[in-house]
Ligand binder design. Structure first.
Ligand code: BGC
Length: 885
């Protein structure tokens, strides 16, 4: 056979195999593009105790294959390689490159570290100056390997001997800290030197005790301490282990960070810096020219040791938040008042890094905003987020600085107090988000639709920061369940964000009320001022069912369904109780089709669609998905129960909301879209009538969008499946407000929260809730992938792929690709001279079903297929006619 290159080999969803949170990590590998089908594999696992092989296992599986040997114990390492047999012959492939799997600390008893922080009476002080903690230690024997296991109450950045450990940011991310706090594992072998060493960490407030939530927010949600919890384990060549753990032997001191908050930004006085603080002997302190000492108020003092139940510590199995890109300002404008306005050309999430030199005590102030109006930053949409970083210069040469424990959502920044002129490269934006592997691409011939897709991608990036958030700029940035529910499928096509959603869903389960209520956002901010108290809400609470379902669809991994099954069922059971025998969920407060463009700006829940119609539709849809989940997990009795419930709810929906003649009680875009896509209408003719009415409403509305959070992800599917794809395209290509392309024509580089966050007259939407980086309305990108390009899973995990391109809208080409668990799947089509040329790629061991225009559906085997079909070149819809005015 041809010698194919297998790999890389990976474990669970870990980017590097280090610090795995399970004793039996599942193993995955990839075959090269174009490989023949895998017929069998052999895994070889090398451990100190010896080498074990599975022998030849006849199986096509190569994603999350069960751990083949005895379980790992804490800290165990195993070297794993794989070879495969393909249908090219009897000879196996070459072995893959070996990959290391290493278990984290799997038992609470592995932890000796305790949280340590400053002992000064911080709560009595007006400002809470972030602390650093440190200690010296000696390495007296040769080192084989060293690992640092670290987490914090608050945020941390670790250093050893003056060198940063890792490149993760905002660790440990945000979880329901009281119940689970994630820690990361770092390989710090190369940080250590023989003799004296030092270790330390910067600390910040972060989500643990910083201000969170709107209307002023809440502090100290999880505790009022700021502490580091770390365990450095050094393995020597004689088999002995030295453990340096946070305990009473450590010292703490405030540092040059004066204040730090996720919303408000960071203030850093570089005159207080003592650059040697994390080097051996660094606690001796250094004083600045003005007499201020590095240790600020009194030098390094013994830490206070706090408590943390080690059973609540959980290895972080997914990629961390980190900087993924740097962007130079596109335009730098010197303003009359001597300040600079920087335009980065892209609304992004991250922070600025500056390289500056000037006099001691000079202060550079960086304000951030998503929008500029009349030449100035529009800060109203930020509400009470200060979004301002300040750097006070040391004044002794070139200084490079970037804040540590904050991020902002911004395209523009003003710079005040810059000494001299801003030179190229001296201010750059650094983009931060959870560093998920990119998996999906989309391209098409229409530059505006392409830009829309790019905007959705930027919004996905900016809103996947440790948890799925609603927006990255204002004083919110919360894990709103409805937003995640709506955008998960889109995000999962573009990125492998499985680990992030999996972790967040664990918190959804933890925050679920005993009666099954899912909070509006997770993690919850207890006692936060809210305009609506926590209570069950359709579309939002359904995240407990529909996000796991989206994960399963993307990955085919039933483990994800199993893990989140209990909360999903408890949610549907709650709704069943609320609905009672009528099977209609028609009581209580609902957010409805949130941000329907016809809703008043200050009451986005008051859309055109009856909120109880939506609630009952979601009830049926979630019951159906719980049934599907039960079936996938082998619980056939459960599957039958929830299927029957879903059918009863759908019947109740029709009984209550379907009028004679096929209209719905709410004669709105969202009502028909949800009824069609959620399968609530029985019989092809009712569905067709609903689709026809929907198309009529869309046309009557001049192809402007009439949907909010609920209808937006569904409407194009509803039109497409009822034969109105041309109407879907006309709506997609509409540029007048409200529409998907209106923001694009206004220069948007991310998706807006409101259809008119910036109104056609150029003014900001005056409502307090106006972000420029919200993914929900961008969920149409999922339709771009599945229908415009035509690539979708026909079975969970893409074992079978549906190619269903629907050319239209004047597009002459479109393409999409996705890195499936089985390998790369792709489609690309192009219309030329009356012909439609389609290329489809199916990974090894998978099949495809092709649904091409004018052809009966047919099946395709793995491989690349090229087809040419006759196709009349469709005219682009005229712009500026009455439908587009
Ligand atoms: C958030 C939304 C969220 C909504 C629901 C807003 O403030 O930004 O995206 O889903 O509230 O009330």
């Amino acid at each position: 056979m041809k010698q194919i290159g297998i790999g890389p080999v990976t474990f669970e969803r870990s980017p590097d195999g280090l610090g795995l949170g399970t004793a039996c990590p599942r193993v995955s590998w990839t075959l090269p593009d174009g490989s023949a089908d895998q017929r069998a594999y052999e895994l070889e696992v090398h451990r100190v105790t010896g080498t074990t092989s599975t022998g030849r296992v006849p199986s096509p599986e190569r994603s999350l294959v069960p751990w083949p040997v005895e379980p790992l114990r804490s800290r165990d390492r195993a070297r794993v390689r794989v070879r495969v047999w393909t249908d090219d012959g009897l000879v196996p492939s070459r072995w893959s490159q070996p990959a290391w799997a290493e278990a984290a600390l799997l038992e609470p008893a592995d932890w000796v570290a305790r949280p340590v922080g400053g002992a000064w009476p911080e709560l009595e002080l007006a400002d809470r100056r972030p602390a650093r903690v440190r200690r010296d230690f000696t390495v007296d024997r040769p080192v084989v390997a060293a690992r640092l296991y670290a987490t914090a109450h608050g945020l941390y950045e670790a250093e050893i001997n003056g060198v940063r450990v890792g490149d993760d940011a905002l660790s440990p991310g945000w979880t329901v800290y009281g119940k689970r706090l994630k820690y990361r594992t770092y390989d710090v072998t190369s940080h250590l030197v023989p003799g004296r060493n030092a270790i330390g960490a910067w600390l910040g407030d972060g989500w643990y005790r910083g201000r969170l939530g709107f209307n002023g927010g809440t502090r100290d949600i999880y505790g009022s301490d700021q502490s580091w919890l770390a365990q450095l384990e050094i393995r020597h060549d004689d088999g002995s282990v030295t453990t340096i753990a946070t305990d009473e032997s450590w010292q703490a001191a405030p540092g040059p960070i004066l204040t730090s908050g996720l919303y408000d930004g960071e203030v850093h006085d570089a005159r207080l810096a003592d650059p040697a603080w994390s080097r051996p002997g660094g606690a001796d302190g250094q004083c600045g020219p003005d007499g201020l000492c590095g240790s600020g108020s009194g030098g390094w003092t013994p830490v206070v040791v706090r408590d943390r139940d080690p059973a609540t510590l959980e290895p972080d199995a997914g990629p961390p938040v980190r900087c993924t890109q740097e962007i130079a300002p596109a335009v730098v404008t010197l303003r009359d008042d001597g300040s600079y306005l920087l335009d980065f050309g892209q609304n992004l999430v991250g922070r600025l890094a500056i390289t500056v030199s000037g006099s001691p005590g000079g202060c550079v102030t960086l304000h951030h905003a998503e929008v500029v109006i009349d030449g100035d930053l529009a800060t109203d949409p930020l509400r009470q987020a200060r979004a301002t970083d300040e750097y006070i210069l040391r004044g002794d040469g070139t200084e490079r600085w970037e804040p540590r424990f904050t991020i902002h959502g911004f395209r523009y920044a003003t710079v005040n107090g810059w000494p001299g002129a801003i030179a190229p490269g001296s201010v750059v934006a650094r983009v931060y988000h959870t560093d998920m592997p990119p998996t999906g691409e989309f391209a098409c011939s229409d530059p505006l639709i392409q830009r829309l897709h790019n905007n959705v991608r930027w919004s996905v990036r900016g809103n996947l920061v440790a948890i799925p958030t609603d927006c990255p700029a204002r004083d919110e940035r919360l894990g709103w369940t409805g937003d995640a529910q709506v955008f998960a499928p889109t995000a999962l096509f573009m990125y492998d964000c499985t680990a992030l959603f999996d972790s967040w869903l664990t918190d959804v389960g933890l925050e679920q009320f005993p009666d099954g209520t899912i909070p509006w956002y997770v993690p919850v901010i207890p006692g936060a001022p809210m305009w609506t108290p926590i209570r069950p809400g359709a579309g939002w609470g359904d995240a407990a069912v529909l996000v796991p379902a989206a994960l399963y669809q993307a990955t085919g991994d039933p483990e994800l369904l199993r893990r989140h099954y209990r909360p999903a069922r408890a949610w549907v059971d709650l709704i069943a109780r609320l609905a009672g025998p009528s099977r209609l969920w028609d009581t209580g407060f609902q957010l409805g089709d949130w941000l329907d463009p016809t809703a008043p700006a200050d009451d986005p829940a008051a859309g055109a669609t009856n909120p109880y119609l939506i609630a009952t539709a979601y009830f049926a849809w979630s019951a159906r998905h719980v049934s599907l989940t039960a079936r996938a997990l082998g619980d056939l009795a459960g599957a039958a129960v929830y299927q029957a419930l879903a059918d009863e709810v759908a019947a109740a929906f029709r009984g209550r909301y379907l009028l004679d003649g096929g209209r719905l009680v709410s004669d709105s875009q969202t009502a028909y879209a949800i009824a069609i896509v959620f399968g609530l209408l029985d019989g092809a003719s009712l569905v067709q009538r609903a689709g026809d009415r929907l198309a009529e409403l869309v046309r009557d509305n001049g192809y402007r969008i009439g949907t909010g959070f609920v209808g937006t992800p569904l409407i194009c599917d509803a039109l497409t499946s009822t034969g109105h794809v041309a109407d879907a395209y006309r709506m997609l290509t509409q540029t007048h407000c409200p529409s998907w392309l209106y923001p694009v024509t206004r220069g948007a580089t991310t998706v807006w929260e409101r259809w008119d966050s910036l109104r056609p007259d150029g003014t900001l939407n005056p409502d307090g809730m106006t972000s420029f980086n919200h993914v929900a309305l961008g969920s149409v990108a999922d339709w771009l992938h599945r229908t415009v390009a035509g690539l979708a899973p026909a079975e969970p995990g893409y074992r079978k792929i549906a190619f269903r391109p629907c050319p239209g809208g004047g597009l002459t080409s479109a393409s999409a690709s996705h890195q499936t668990p089985w390998g790369r799947a792709a489609i690309s089509w192009r219309i030329t001279a009356g012909e439609l040329a389609v290329d489809m790629t199916i990974p090894p061991n998978c099949t495809g079903s092709a649904h091409l225009p004018g052809r009966d559906p047919f099946e395709l085997p793995a491989g690349t297929h090229h087809l040419v079909l006759p196709h009349p070149l469709e005219q682009a819809p005229p712009l500026g006619d009455d439908t587009n005015a």
